[in-house]
Design a binder for this molecule. Sequence first.
Ligand code: AKG
Length: 324
Amino acid sequence: MDGEAKGVGLDCPLVVYAQWGCKPHLTKRLFKYSIVQMQTRPSHGYDRLTVEPLAGALGAEVFGLDFSKPMDAQTIAEIKRAFNEHLVIFFRDQEASDDDLARFARYFGELAVLPPHRQKPGSLPALLVIDKQPQDNLVFGWEWHSDTTHLETPPLGSVLAARLLPPVGGDTLFANQYLAYDTLSEGMKRMLGPLKAVHSNGRILSTLEADDVLPPGEGFGSKLTNLSAVHPVVRTHPDTGKKALFVNTLHTERFQDMSIAESTPLLRFLYEHSTRPEFTCRFRWRAGSIAFWDNRCCQHLALDDYPGQRRLMHRVQVRGNRPV
Ligand SMILES: O=C(O)CCC(=O)C(=O)O
């Protein structure tokens, strides 16, 4: 076989794909793709945890933890490793109070405190209560996004716990933004490299206002209206050193120094590309489930498929740095 003749090992995906009869250009593309997979998706070598990948692109269920107890240094180091390798990690059957969620988040950095009007009296200043009521038309996080990229320093990550779930529906989808970047052509990567984009909360506010569900204190005219920040279109993850695409439909308005009309066609392509099904995983919540995602290298979307039902989630976030 060609691959073997050139000294490529038998377990090399190039050989496997050639066996499937892929055309040469496709084989090359798949080969590159699988290299990314192999570098980022190991599940062995953990002592304290059991890590079970959930999908080819990202996401792993992590077993062996109890959120209701403090965790030791080795366990935290292993969670950080799983987080870096799988981008979003999931935990099952936890009895975690809000304080337990906050203690967990603090292993990764300082808590991101919410603006005063978002805080719930009597609870942690960092706790966001996401309460979709049966009569609500809109679910929080209804489109693909990274969290609050209209801020100068968007959160590093979010810890989300299920408190009350509809009988079926309300899953959350995640998409790997390293893969989104890596699978672009070299020409596109060169073009995007120096670009920056303007992110704002304008679209969220106008959608919420149109649906009449704007939280008190966020109306147009408040000082929270049209917060905006400029970020690189391709950011480098501070821990892994890898590049990730960093634009999203909810917040990105346009490229810096370009009009919306000029920016929209390319942004549309990037939104579609960055959420291709093969870059995603889907998490089905159960009572006691918790997700922890890396906002620097994945996007997510809350599925709006449970009309007339309530769903209650509690979230805390870890503060992030300015994207570079
Ligand atoms: O409720 C969910 O599943 C996700 C919510 C969301 O989009 C967020 O916390 O940013």
